[in-house]
Ligand binder design. Structure first.
Ligand code: NAP
Length: 306
């Protein structure tokens, strides 16, 4: 029987691991499908307090993990398949085996969304991706596009200008949602060309199955056209990773976990932290703060059980 199991190894999960480990609970962290979470797919993080010159996302995550390990947190590359509770015991099916724990911190984050057009699944990795940091360097001296109008879209577009000959920024409205500083930076970059009021209508492939162009529709005029490019970078937000908890943990209409008191979910001993429960702020620092709160809530719960 574990005392604390943490699902997810992004900012929220790792901060929870540091606190739970320092409280001597030797937490088990199930790292999930995307170990390290969203910060591992970003470059310089300039708004995490304490780093005057910023810090690379992957480095910040590696440091947090090492810090948690220093205090005794254990890590396992596993994906949770099922979740159950029975007489106050929380049970997780992990890699085909059932694991039992007194408390669970769900910090499984959120995954990138794609436009949802036919033929999309086969294109992922062949001209469609959601990670400029991971795949940008494959597209040197060719045109690419970023879909979306938020901070992620601007950040991805700016990063891609290092490699691509041109970066179309395709947005469904005529103003960016991104913060002013990010939007100004992106729009001032001569390699970034905004395509306003436009949505994707389809992917056009060459005979090798690679992307050669996209179909676009102007939502104001209805005009349709094609844009030749080699890769679409999707930056249209994220979906919370809550599948194993459907019908068991309370969620909002978009699938985000609902916290009741502090980070407590509707099931005693199960806590939620970070992007999986946060459709509003979704920052590295707010996730870290929630991870801390969830570990403190779990600690209080365990002490009350004794
Ligand atoms: P976001 O702010 O939710 O923006 C998503 C964008 O995608 C919006 O512009 C939205 O259009 C568009 N969109 C959504 N669904 C679409 C669809 N089906 N088709 C076409 N476009 C669609 O997401 P985000 O940019 O990933 O940012 C998430 C959070 O992380 C935000 O709080 C952001 O501030 C933060 N973030 C911060 C940084 C940083 O500070 N360095 C970097 C990245 C992200 P509408 O505008 O029309 O809704």
């Amino acid at each position: 029987m574990e005392n604390v199991v943490i699902i997810g190894s992004g900012c929220a999960g790792l901060t929870a691991a540091i606190y739970a480990a320092r409280a001597n609970f030797s937490p088990l962290v199930l790292e999930g499908r995307e170990p390290g979470g969203q910060l591992t797919t970003t470059t310089l993080v300039e708004n995490f307090p304490g780093f005057v010159q910023g810090i690379d996302g992957p480095e910040l995550i590696m440091n947090m993990k090492a810090q948690a390990q220093r205090f005794g947190a254990r890590f396992q590359y596993s994906i949770v398949e099922e979740f159950q509770t029975e007489n106050g015991v929380i049970r997780l099916k992990v890699d085909g085996q059932w694991l039992e724990t007194r408390t669970l911190i769900v910090a499984s984050g959120a995954s990138a969304r794609y436009p949802g057009l036919p033929g999309e699944r086969e294109l992922i990795g062949h001209g469609l991706t959601a990670c400029a940091t991971c795949d940008g360097s494959f597209y040197r001296n060719v045109p690419v596009c970023v879909v979306g109008g938020g901070d992620s879209a601007c950040e991805e577009a700016m990063f891609l200008t290092r490699f691509a000959s041109k970066v179309y920024l395709i947005h469904r409205r005529d103003t960016l949602r991104a913060s002013k500083i990010m939007a100004d930076h992106a729009l001032a970059n001569p390699k970034i060309e905004p395509v306003w009021d436009s949505v994707l209508t389809g992917y056009l492939k060459d005979d090798k199955g690679e992307l050669r162009a996209i179909g676009l529709r102007n939502v104001k005029t209805g005009a349709e056209n094609e844009l030749e490019l080699k890769c679409v970078f999707s930056a249209i937000g994220h979906t919370p990773n809550t599948k194993p908890f459907e019908g068991k943990l309370d969620m909002d209409t978009k699938g985000y976990l609902i916290q009741r008191q502090g980070t407590q979910t509707n099931i005693p001993g199960v806590f939620a932290a970070g992007d999986v429960a946060d459709p509003v702020y979704r920052q590295a620092i707010t996730s870290a703060g929630q991870g801390c709160a969830a570990a403190l809530d779990a600690e209080r719960y365990l002490v009350a059980l004794e």
